[in-house]
Design a binder for this molecule. Sequence first.
Ligand SMILES: Cc1cc2nc3c(=O)[nH]c(=O)nc-3n(C[C@H](O)[C@H](O)[C@H](O)COP(=O)(O)O)c2cc1C
Length: 149
Amino acid sequence: MVQLLYASTLGSSMLTSEEIEKILHKSRSNNPRWNITGILLYRSQIFIQLLEGDEQHVNSLYDKIKQDKRHSNVTEIARIHGGQRLFSGWDMAFKELDDSFDLKVINEILSWNSRLSRSPSISNLQILKMLSYFREQIDGNMVIEHQED
Ligand SMILES: Cc1cc2nc3c(=O)[nH]c(=O)nc-3n(C[C@H](O)[C@H](O)[C@H](O)COP(=O)(O)O)c2cc1C
């Protein structure tokens, strides 16, 4: 099992909510086939996505995602082996980053100098803790966020 976290940026134009819906719909129909789970975090100019699953399947999905023209500067932030899934049961959870705490969390994961990269001082454990925080938030919003099968 691997947990791969990457970040990417959007071009000058923002994606519409319909386009985000399309990405989620596709993810939720494809990911169960490969037993991939995770979360997509979104904010006007940025995506952060966690992909969890068998490394071979995660790698081949990540290769496809890297080619996707809807985003660019796809940058691997962390690749964590031997952990436990944080998003089991979620073919792809989604959260639009909205409040200042969300952004603080993201700023701790990423450093924003000239391009995206991982904050030098952050450990994998801290990254997993931050992702757990999003997991808890989503659990608290089951009614709106939980996908129907
Ligand atoms: C930010 C972002 C996240 C994506 N996440 C997934 C994903 O989790 N699973 C998936 O199958 N496709 C995802 N996609 C779409 C893929 O890039 C690609 O279009 C899709 O996997 C093609 O599926 P198909 O081969 O069934 O047509 C994502 C695209 C973007 C831009």
